[in-house]
Design a protein around this ligand. Structure first.
Ligand code: TEU
Ligand code: CA
Length: 588
């Protein structure tokens, strides 16, 4: 039972036996862009099967698959119309059984994405729900009449002023019954009503069905939005309007009053009494350190770890994710540092730079020009040496960069396209500005095909890819990097091996150094009488770092330059984008 061992991890002493995921690294596959096996230009499960040996060589412990369930693909599978079948685009249930087998044979677990804040509007549950006001499934979704005194279907008549994450109102007027339904994301993603126990039981039954099929856990999409801030009389509150009629619905949906109750119920109904070795990771936009602690404290039986968004929002300007501003390294250190210390006693961090929603980190917090290799490696070293479970997003281990699309027709992502349409309507950005905002902030930056080799479609497909391949695949690709022992790939492989082997990396206390330095990321990890020093130069110029005499004789554990840096007299001179780890022992 997972909760038994989780309880022990609470007592984090050298003697305590610990949960497996404290020494694990997870690899995220975005199936649509990973490997196409049949030439239709879209990645699929049989394509992933062709690449399991690559994943084994990298050494990851878990693969998390973005959604492959049956779906109209309005939001690339985050709109599910059948949770217990595979979309024909991606393959069949038998293919997935084969994948589970192939991964397990190599000692790799499989975690599936679970999108249960909403379904597709083409899910049979929703078809029933929308059919009439007295359908038994009516209350499975959020239906509300127009605002009092307003003409249904006219602007501003929505039940509340909530805006959708994908621009426009979060309510869609449905003529069948003359009411509105809630969709925090696209209108093809209606929100499930978790207040209804039948909804919850249907979700739990589906989760148990997947675990019986021998998957090893779930990554739970926007799981902290499932409890809405509904008032005792059933009404929903307005939010501060930001821009015209609508405001971000997050204020009324994040951390709702029943969130913890629902998560504990999931734990009880789905996880308790099951085999060891499962993983439950929650995606929690808007979560604070305090929330993170409550959500992941093993004694509370909710989630194992959560994805925080604070450190990937630091370069968002006033207008949000497309309005990218330079990162101030001091903010990044303060943010990640707060999460490290906040979850020191209870709880656990998920560590990530990238996923299918984020621009590529080397283009964002590194230098994807002259120092692409160095900065990609430095960022990896800094992240993987924190306390928590690191996540690697496909292509990150190659140092893949942003897409740098130059025309609107190259974009596929619904969020980007909806943003472009609404900005065009408002007319505040000219076309050039709009394209530069998309190039900096679009989710498509993460979604260009995986770069396997230097052939025209990067080895991803023999057909026409659904989204353009990044032209840099001529130099940045798996074939070249696997063959080169000094590549970004091999640095990732070594970092993963280090986490497997080293108790200081797994459990050591985190202590931030030089918080006010604008260029240097520095911290120690301490476990028993062993200590590691982690340094990262977030600049393209040499930096002299005053680390103190203790580190003069220390051994280099891992670094991104072929030779050790100049050390001595209590100082280390770091080269451009240099990242390294030093070890000294014993400290007493
Ligand atoms: O994302 C949730 C989320 O709030 C954001 O990160 C979102 O991607 C948005 O771009 C913020 O600007 C999850 C999934 O990871 C994402 O791919 C889905 O589109 C979304 O939920 C809806 O299921
Ligand atoms: Ca295919």
């Amino acid at each position: 039972m997972i909760s038994d061992s989780a309880e022990q991890s609470h007592v984090d002493t050298p003697e305590a036996s610990d949960v497996w995921w404290k020494s694990a690294v997870v690899y995220q596959v975005y199936p649509r862009s990973f490997q196409d096996s049949n030439g239709d230009g879209i990645g699929d499960v049989r394509g992933i099967l062709q690449r399991v040996d690559y994943l084994a060589e990298l050494g990851v412990d878990v693969v998390w698959l973005s959604p492959i369930y049956r779906s109209p693909q309005d939001d690339n599978g985050y709109d599910i119309s059948d949770y217990q079948d595979i979309d024909p685009t991606f393959g069949t249930l038998e293919d997935v059984d084969e994948l589970i087998e192939a991964l397990h044979e190599r000692g790799i677990k499989l975690v599936m994405d679970l999108v249960v804040n909403h379904t597709s509007d083409e899910h049979p549950w929703f078809a029933e729900s929308r059919s009439s006001v007295d359908n038994p499934k009516r209350d499975w979704y959020w239906w509300r009449p127009a605002r009092e005194g307003m003409e249904p279907g006219t602007p501003g008549a929505e039940p509340t002023n909530w805006g959708s994450v994908f621009s426009g109102p979060a309510w869609e007027y449905d003529e069948t019954t003359g009411e509105y339904y809630l969709h925090l994301f696209s209108r093809k993603q209606p929100d499930l009503n978790w207040e209804n126990p039948e909804v919850r039981q249907a979700v739990y039954a589906m989760m148990r069905w997947w675990l019986d099929r021998r998957i090893d856990g779930f990554r739970m999409d926007v799981i902290n939005l499932i409890s809405k801030h509904v008032r005792p009389d059933g009404s929903l509150p307005d939010v501060p309007a930001e821009d015209g009629l609508y405001g971000s619905a997050f204020a009324a949906t994040v951390n709702g009053p029943r969130l913890h109750e629902f998560l504990q119920e999931i734990h009880r109904e789905v996880y308790e009494g099951r085999r060891d070795g499962l993983l439950l990771v929650g995606e929690t936009p808007g979560a604070t350190v305090e929330d993170g602690k409550l959500l992941t404290d093993p004694a509370r039986h909710e989630l194992d770890m959560v994805f925080t968004f604070e450190h990937v929002s630091l370069d968002h300007g006033p207008a949000g994710r497309f309005d990218v501003v330079p990162l101030d390294l001091r903010d990044l250190k303060a943010t990640l540092g707060r999460w490290q210390t906040g979850l020191e006693q209870a709880g656990w961090n998920a560590l990530y730079w990238n996923n299918h929603d984020q621009p590529r980190v080397v283009s964002r917090y590194g230098d994807d020009g002259a120092y692409r290799r160095e900065s990609a490696m430095m960022l990896a070293i800094v992240l993987h040496l924190h306390r928590g479970t690191p996540y690697v997003y496909q292509g990150e281990e190659l140092g893949m960069t942003n897409a740098y699309f130059t025309s609107l027709d190259e974009y596929r992502d619904i969020e980007s396209l909806r943003f472009a349409a609404s900005e065009r309507q408002r007319g505040q950005l000219n076309d050039e500005e709009l394209l530069s905002w998309l190039a900096a902030g679009s989710r498509d930056n993460a979604r260009t095909p995986m770069q396997w080799d230097a052939t025209p479609q990067a080895g991803f497909t023999t057909g026409q890819p659904w989204i353009d391949v990044n032209p840099h695949h001529d130099t940045i690709n798996a074939a070249a990097e696997v063959a080169d022992p000094d590549s970004v790939f091999h640095l990732y492989r070594r970092l993963i091996a280090l986490r497997h082997e080293d108790p200081v990396v797994q459990r050591g206390d985190f202590h931030l150094l030089l918080p006010d330095d604008p260029h240097i990321y520095a911290f120690t990890r301490t476990w028993g009488d062993e200590q590691l020093l982690v340094l990262g130069n977030f600049s393209g110029t040499e930096q002299t770092v005053p680390v103190g005499p203790d580190w003069d004789q220390a051994a280099l554990v891992i670094g991104n330059y072929p030779a050790s840096p100049a050390t001595g007299g209590g100082q280390i001179v770091l080269r451009a984008w240099e990242g390294l780890v030093l070890r000294r022992a014993p400290i007493r």
